[in-house]
Every structure is written in structure tokens, then in C-alpha cells.
Design a binder for this molecule. Structure first.
Ligand code: C2E
Ligand code: MG
Ligand code: MG
Ligand code: MG
Length: 289
């Protein structure tokens, strides 16, 4: 009978599609209440020096502890939160929570000088209020500005009109560090990049994936290695730090180190984990011997 109503109606009766749509609309509808109920949690992933192996920073990565569906990753709800605008409030919660946790680590392990790195969605960065929100999060937590890093993608940095965001200079003036996330996957305007007050480039996972570290297993033309080599040189010429994302093997870490990459992040150095695990790691690093 669906057929009788015409081809266009078939999609309505596709059970797989409606399951997806329900999940999506339920997630959208559930987001604001989840924020009220405190169902979001932060996991932290170590960012480690490729020279000495010291944990220099952690990236805050949000998860939704859903009462029925369990732990939901950001890829399933950050996009929805951006579409609905909820990202502004969710992002502010992430920022305040991350600053609070980082300040607790600073008090307990002052020598570690651990930086916390927080993702900013384009929509948040585009909001002129972001500078006051960041300043207030620092003030309320007591975290020194230089222990906060904000990660923006290339497209977020370029803003909506293709102009670099004016807020970036005001954020940098607060003393926070700015990083370009997933560098190499977007459209970078190098002419602007060189004038922006950024501190760090995070090389996107796909380039790192192409690095095997074992010369016998290198991809035919070493293309990803050459790209990483060039991007590291570019970053260093601009006096920026470089973090390699998605480092999964020791061989990759070793190769990235020889390409002069400064820091690495990925499963090889530690998966994203609850704050307690970072505390335990800081404690272990402090123990003599
Ligand atoms: P991202 O900022 O590029 O974060 C890095 C992602 O790589 C994380 O995924 C992390 O779990 C994953 N990853 C870690 N180790 C490895 C590895 O060894 N190999 C590979 N292939 N991947 C690894 P996650 O946690 O699912 O986050 C996905 C994205 O969601 C983030 O990408 C970021 O764009 C967004 N996101 C997460 N938290 C927030 C947030 O608080 N605010 C905003 N605006 N976006 C967020
Ligand atoms: Mg990030
Ligand atoms: Mg990234
Ligand atoms: Mg990403």
C-alpha cells in the first residue's frame, strides 16, 4: 500500500531510516535536559612530549552519560548541539569544568604545570561574548591563563565571513594559548595564519596514520611523511608548537620525534580517561625513581 501512494513515500516506511531519525530527534530533544541533569562528563587525553615523554597537557573531550544508552561520544551529539545552538551553553560548561579540574591539578601538582586544552566550536568562537566567558572561567576557577589552551579548527578561525575572528586577539591578550585543531584537513589561509596569535598546530590524524615508522612498511611514496615533515617545518618557521594527533604506535611516535614534532596525543600515550586517571598519572610521575 505504500507503493500505491507513490515512489516518494517509500522512505517513510524504511524502518532503518525511521530508527535513525528517532534516535536523532530524541538526542536533540534530550540535550538541554541532559545539561540540566548533569549528564555530560569530561574525559581527558594526555598530550606528551616526544622528547622526554612528560605529560605536558591534557585535552578535554566531552561525553554524554546517557541513562539508557550509556556513554555517548561527541561525534554523535556535538554536531546536533551546534545546529540547535546548545553548543554555546554546553561549551561553556565544558570550559568551566575543564578550568576547575586543571586548577585542582595545579594545586596538587604545581611542578607539572599541566595545560588543559579545550575545544571551541565555530559557533562559540564566533560569539563576541566568548572573551568574557573565558575570562570569567579563569577567574572563577583560579586557573592561570597560560595553563589554558583553546583548540579551534581552521574554518572556525576564519569565521563566518572568511575573516579571521577578532576575538582571537582578545583571547590571546588574556594570555591563553590558541591551537589550530585537525590542521591540514580544512582550508587554511596562510597569509592570515602568519598574522594570527596562535601557539600550536595539531596535525590531523589522517597524516599521522600514514606514518608507519618502519621503513620497510612505508606507504609507496612516503607522501604523508613528507607532508608531516613540511608542516612541522612550516610550524617551526612560524614559531609554533606541533602536536601530532592519533598516535597509535611506538614506531609512529619515534618517527614523529625524528621529524621534530614536539608533542603527541593518541592511544599510544593514553586513551581519553576520567580525571582520576590523570591524577594518578601525575602522582606516578612525581614519585622519585
Ligand atoms: P578532536 O578535538 O580532534 O579530538 C581528538 C579525537 O581523537 C577524540 O575523539 C579522541 O578520542 C580521538 N583519539 C584519541 N586517540 C586516538 C587514536 O590513537 N587514534 C584515533 N584515530 N583517534 C584517537 P572524540 O573524543 O570522539 O572527539 C571527537 C571530536 O569531538 C573532537 O575531535 C572534537 O572535534 C569534538 N569534541 C569533543 N569534545 C568537545 C567539546 O567539548 N567541545 C567541542 N566543541 N567539540 C568537542
Ligand atoms: Mg581537539
Ligand atoms: Mg583534533
Ligand atoms: Mg576532530
Amino acid at each position: 500500500w505504500a507503493k500505491a501512494e507513490g515512489r516518494g513515500r517509500w522512505a517513510v516506511y524504511d524502518p532503518e531510516r525511521s530508527a535513525r531519525d528517532i534516535a536523532r530527534s530524541e538526542l536533540v530533544a534530550g540535550l538541554p535536559a541532559a545539561l540540566e541533569r548533569g549528564e555530560f562528563v569530561l574525559h581527558y587525553q594526555p598530550i606528551v612530549s616526544l622528547l622526554g615523554g612528560t605529560m605536558l597537557a591534557v585535552e578535554a573531550l566531552v561525553r554524554w552519560q546517557h541513562p539508557e544508552l550509556g556513554l555517548i561520544g561527541p561525534d554523535r551529539f556535538i554536531g546536533l548541539a551546534e545546529e540547535t545552538g546548545l553548543i554555546v551553553r554546553l561549551g561553556e560548561w565544558v570550559l568551566r569544568r575543564a578550568c576547575h579540574d586543571a586548577e585542582a591539578w595545579r594545586r596538587q601538582f604545581p611542578q607539572a604545570r599541566l595545560v588543559v586544552s579545550v575545544n571551541l566550536a565555530a559557533r562559540q568562537a564566533d560569539d563576541p561574548a566568548i572573551v568574557d566567558v573565558v575570562a570569567d572561567a579563569l577567574e572563577c576557577s583560579g586557573l592561570p591563563a597560560d595553563l589554558l589552551q583553546l583548540e579551534l579548527t581552521e574554518s572556525a578561525v576564519m569565521g563566518t565571513a572568511g575573516e579571521p575572528l577578532r576575538s582571537l586577539h582578545r583571547l590571546a591578550a588574556l594570555g591563553v594559548r590558541l591551537a589550530i585543531d585537525d590542521f591540514g584537513t580544512g582550508y587554511s589561509n596562510l597569509a592570515y595564519l602568519r598574522r594570527l596569535p596562535i601557539h600550536c598546530l595539531k596535525l590531523a590524524g589522517p597524516f599521522v596514520e600514514g606514518i608507519r615508522g618502519d621503513s620497510s612498511e612505508l606507504s609507496a611514496d612516503h607522501r604523508d611523511e613528507r607532508i608531516v615533515d613540511a608542516l612541522v617545518r612550516l610550524a617551526h618557521a612560524l614559531e609554533l608548537w606541533v602536536t601530532a594527533e592519533a598516535v597509535e604506535t611506538g614506531a609512529q611516535a619515534e618517527r614523529l620525534r625524528s621529524l621534530r614534532c614536539d608533542t603527541g596525543q593518541g592511544r599510544f600515550f593514553g586513551a581519553p580517561a576520567p580525571a582520576d586517571e590523570i591524577t594518578a598519572r601525575l602522582r606516578a610521575a612525581e614519585e622519585p625513581g
